[in-house]
Design a protein around this ligand. Structure first.
Ligand SMILES: [Zn+2]
Length: 367
């Protein structure tokens, strides 16, 4: 190709870029919940687990009244009403294996730190093999975005796990991360002081590593309304804890709360004149759980099925394709590049190991 032809080709491709309609997304909410199985998302409560024997449920009649219905469609709607109304009507939901949609992790570890890191960095790193409070050796998409002038100071994280500041490598990234246990500078957000008092005043259920999602959500929702962050990461954690304890009743209840939390974040964004119509939501879990009436409590490399997850997307640049069926496998390492792409940025240029952008979530970029 001569120089003239090359210049012409470059001009034509620049024209093509310029001619494409601009993305509407200006704000991204990346919301995850720890250890919520795809089985509950797509089929609701499991009958056998609403029992003393398998689910630690004492008042099984009461739990059945709230969560049991005769069809999987009715069960999932009562468990997760926001997912099964707004999300599937206006967005996309992946992972229903009964309908030929598989979502999975690529880290093969099927536990928390590797999953959080895969979500946030866009690739699996075999060096990440424990949940210990060790600084992440890799840069997350949040740190990368926060390093750009347009986003600097407008990226925030709220998470229900004391390891999250390490996963975000806070000492290096300087990202604001709220877990409820530390005292925030009142200048940053005065409302957080009350929530921090509530966290320190409640009797801890899970030691010093976690609190209730209630507090995390209240802080995140307040921040969204008052600061209109360009990028907000919210990580809820209760379902995993209740499942490990074998309490299926509390597991279901915390899932229903998670669905309500997502609704409240979404509705707050839509109620704000600046964020309305310019906010995209990405939803994901860090790992699945076992499939049997005993292994549902656990997950990990040796727990069959616990690498399968679900993921969802909703926003002005995402076609309303609803509950996906008969589609190619999607993977956890696609979340970070998709979050960046929704903001018009190419994360893969920075991190070549990252997975591809979710093609149907952002068709113009992903295909
Ligand atoms: Zn987890």
């Amino acid at each position: 190709m001569t120089l003239g032809w090359l210049l012409l080709a470059v001009c034509l491709s620049l024209n093509a870029v310029a001619a494409a309609p601009a993305l509407q997304t200006r704000h991204v909410l990346l919301v995850m919940v720890d250890g919520l199985r795809w089985q509950e998302v797509f089929t609701g409560a499991e009958e056998q687990l609403i029992s003393k024997e398998f689910g630690g449920v004492v008042k099984s009649n009461d739990v059945r009244k709230v969560f049991w219905r005769d069809t999987p469609e009715a069960r999932r709607e009562v468990l997760m009403p926001f997912f099964w109304s707004m999300l599937v009507k206006q967005g996309q939901l992946y992972g229903n294996q009964h309908k030929g949609s598989v979502a999975q992790v690529t880290n093969g570890k099927n536990f928390s730190y590797p999953g959080y890191s895969e979500i946030l960095c866009g690739f699996a790193d075999p060096r990440i093999d424990s949940n210990a409070k060790k600084p992440n050796p890799n840069t997350t998409v949040l740190e990368w975005l926060n390093g750009k002038p347009a986003f600097a100071g407008h990226v925030t994280a709220f998470g229900n796990w004391e390891v999250i500041p390490y996963i975000l490598n806070r000492d290096h990234s300087h990202l604001p991360v709220w877990t409820g246990f530390e005292k925030t500078d009142p200048k940053f957000n005065p409302h957080l002081a009350l929530l921090e008092k509530l966290v320190s005043d409640h009797t801890p259920t899970w030691g010093t590593l976690m609190t209730y999602d209630t507090f995390i959500h209240a802080a995140a929702l307040d921040h969204l309304k008052s600061r209109k962050p360009r990028v907000m990461y919210v990580a809820y954690g209760e379902p995993d804890e209740w499942a490990h304890e074998g309490r299926y009743d509390h597991y279901l209840q915390s899932i229903q709360h998670f669905d309500r939390f997502v609704r409240e974040l979404w509705e707050a964004a839509q109620a704000d004149p600046e964020m309305r119509g310019h906010t995209s939501l990405l939803l994901v879990t860090d790992h699945g759980r076992g499939t049997s009436n005993v292994s549902w409590k656990s997950h990990g490399q040796n727990i069959q099925g616990s690498g399968f997850i679900w993921m969802g997307a909703l926003g002005p640049d995402t076609p309303a394709l609803g509950e996906r069926s008969n589609v190619p496998v999607v993977t956890q390492n696609q979340i970070a590049p998709t979050a960046a792409a929704l903001l018009g940025l190419d994360y893969k240029s920075e991190q070549p190991q990252a997975g591809p952008v979710l093609a149907d979530v952002l068709p113009r970029v992903g295909k």
